[in-house]
Design a protein around this ligand. Structure first.
Ligand code: F6R
Length: 587
């Protein structure tokens, strides 16, 4: 959450370089943005609320600066609360990602010492605390001393007028240094840096980074300077651009057949490492948030059905209250697009502390989770820029399917199902099928509530589609396990209530159709996602019949419906739903 980008080098175009970097990181937060550069003996700051797209910088020439895109936590969405923030002398500008949990106590202390605060943010205490400490020690020591007093998971990036350097430190929040030719970059993730250099250093917790004429790393625990281990990130920068599509989310939906096919071709050894861990473990949890949590839920049903394995499922933020019975024999699998979601990083770190095994399924090559685990499956779905997860979620479902099948030594069968799923997704993306979805979107756009029902594997699909409808189209959507309706929620149904019924040709079919009848009997308008048309459906969208892979076309239809509902409703930018950000690194 929040995007950080900094530049120091020979070029005098720091401000536009930073602005471009922030544009690439904007999906991490888009409430406001700001840039600070050193110029003609002072630091100049430009801040603005709202999105950064189409914006130009008014800042003068400079060869050093830092910038930030904000996802507001403490303090409203105002220009004053936008980062960077100054100390009282305006010689230090600071930006921050995270939450300073003890900021009120620190603020009281600093107010007593005469510091003047301009914003409502927790961030501003850090810059004044550094100013205070810098009265008696070097700036780098002051940053370290300040950081040690902050409670919570935070990253600080400081621009100093006096020493003409950028200093950074972090715990939890991700930071990456890009190493160019006589220039350095600092960024929240490699996407920001990819167009400048492939050589990156992943900053570790409690390392103090100094970027000046040289790049220095001091490990704050030992006080020792360390030599960076450079990782070469071989990313095709162009693949992260929008291309011919109006929105990233649409581009990413259309990329899915290729991604599924790619996963179908995964080598046995890639998958086997994870399945061996599951085989060895005594109690396995799969933990994720949002869409990834629905992939995890799918995993629970899937492993039971295909691999006859019991795998527990937990939402990342709830795992704290479930972890008491982890033992050295337990396995915790984190599943995450970004590999940075704090609510998943924490369970994995706790599991490691308890001596349990961990594994990771992620799209975040080099991410915090990727680095934590020895056993990892890379989703390889390419950069996902839209805040709403589509292709990464489909990649997660595909990888889980392959793993479940590999238990029974039937990975080939899993691969064939995935190839068939890729084919069906291509069919769904055809003009004819998309037009049917667009027509439905037109019909549903005025609705305020949409209900969805499914059972078994399709219950996970229902929850995922529900989330897409909320995020993209701001429609209240609620998903139920079909059997649960009559235990209370059926009371919501009245004449004209819209209910999407996800009905695969499996053991759930007869029961979910009965549930659809129950809704219809009370006046409901029934939309069926199914391989089989049924007289109960008022509107029918076909999926292929692909056993456990049927969830893939089900979800893709839901993604398209959510996207076209957003377009129908005139949502300005479906890539950046209001109030959200990609990569949730605060609790
Ligand atoms: C939904 C969505 C979010 C993410 C969630 C987890 O469309 O994008 O719900 O799935 O924030 O993110 P990752 O997978 O990066 O851990």
């Amino acid at each position: 959450m929040c995007g950080i980008f900094g530049y120091i080098g020979k070029k005098d175009t720091a401000a536009p370089i930073i602005l471009e970097g922030l544009k690439l990181l904007e999906y991490r937060g888009y409430d406001s943005w700001g840039i600070a550069v050193v110029t003609n003996g002072h630091i100049e700051i430009q801040k603005q609320i709202g999105k950064i797209e189409g914006v130009q910088t008014s800042l003068p020439k400079s060869s050093i600066g830092i910038g930030h895109t904000r996802w507001a936590t403490h303090g409203g969405i105002t220009k004053i609360n936008a980062h960077p923030h100054f100390d009282c002398t305006k010689q230090i500008a600071l930006l921050h990602n995270g939450i300073i949990e003890n900021f009120l106590d620190l603020k009281k202390e600093l107010l007593k010492k005469g510091h003047v605060f301009l914003s409502e943010t927790d961030t501003e205490v850090a810059v004044h605390l550094i100013e205070e400490y810098a009265k008696t020690t070097s700036l780098s020591n002051a940053v370290e001393k300040c950081f040690k007093r902050l409670k919570g998971l935070n990253a600080l990036v400081v621009l100093s007028l006096l020493t003409n350097e950028i200093i950074a430190i972090k715990v939890g929040s991700p930071l990456i240094v890009g190493i160019g030719k006589e220039e350095y970059f600092i960024s929240s993730d490699p996407i920001g840096i990819a167009s400048h250099t492939k050589n990156v250093y992943f900053v570790q917790d409690n390392q103090l980074i100094q970027l000046g004429k040289t790049f220095e790393i001091r490990d704050c625990s030992s006080g020792l300077y360390i030599t960076p281990t450079i990782t070469v990130i071989d990313w095709d920068y162009k693949s992260s651009l929008k291309g011919k599509y109006k929105h990233f989310v649409l581009k990413e939906i259309y990329e899915q057949p290729v991604i599924i096919t790619q996963i179908a071709k995964y080598g046995k050894e890639d998958v086997q490492k994870l399945t061996n861990e599951i085989e060895r473990a005594y109690g396995t949890f799969i933990v994720g948030c949002g869409s990834a949590s629905y992939a995890a839920l799918y995993g629970t049903y899937l492993f039971s059905k295909v691999a006859k394995k019991h795998i527990n499922f937990s939402i990342g933020s709830e795992f704290n209250y479930l972890e008491d019975y982890l033992t050295k024999k337990s396995l915790v699998i984190g599943i995450s697009q970004s590999g940075e979601t704090i609510d998943v990083v924490e369970p994995l770190s706790k599991a490691l502390k308890k001596g349990s095994q961990i594994a990771v399924i992620t799209n975040g090559l080099g991410s915090t989770m990727y680095r934590l685990a020895d056993t990892k499956l890379f989703l390889n779905a390419g950069v996902e820029k839209a805040v709403m997860s589509t292709k990464a979620l489909i990649a997660m479902l595909s990888v889980l399917l392959l793993c479940a099948y590999s238990f029974e030594k039937k990975q080939n069968e899993g691969s064939l199902l995935l190839e068939a799923a890729a084919k069906d997704v291509k069919r769904i993306l055809s003009v004819t099928e998309v037009n049917k979805i667009k027509k439905l979107a037109k019909k549903l756009a005025p609705r305020q509530h949409i209900y969805l029902i499914g059972r078994g594997l399709s219950y996970a699909a229902v929850l995922e589609i529900t989330l897409k409808l909320k995020e993209a189209a701001y429609i209240h959507a609620e998903g139920f396990a079909g059997g649960e309706l009559k235990h209370g929620s059926l009371a919501l149904i009245e004449k004209g209530s819209v209910c999407i019924v996800v009905a695969p040709n499996d053991e759930t079919y007869a029961s979910i159709i009965s549930n659809a009848q129950e809704v219809k009997a009370r006046g409901g308008y029934i939309i069926g996602f199914s391989p089989i048309d049924n007289q109960v459906f008022d509107y029918f969208l076909k999926t292929a019949d692909l056993k456990e892979a049927t969830i893939i076309p089900q979800v893709v239809i839901g993604q398209l419906l959510a996207y076209y509902l957003a377009i129908e409703k005139g949502v300005k930018d479906p890539d950046k739903p209001r109030n959200l950000a990609k990569s949730v690194t605060v609790k």
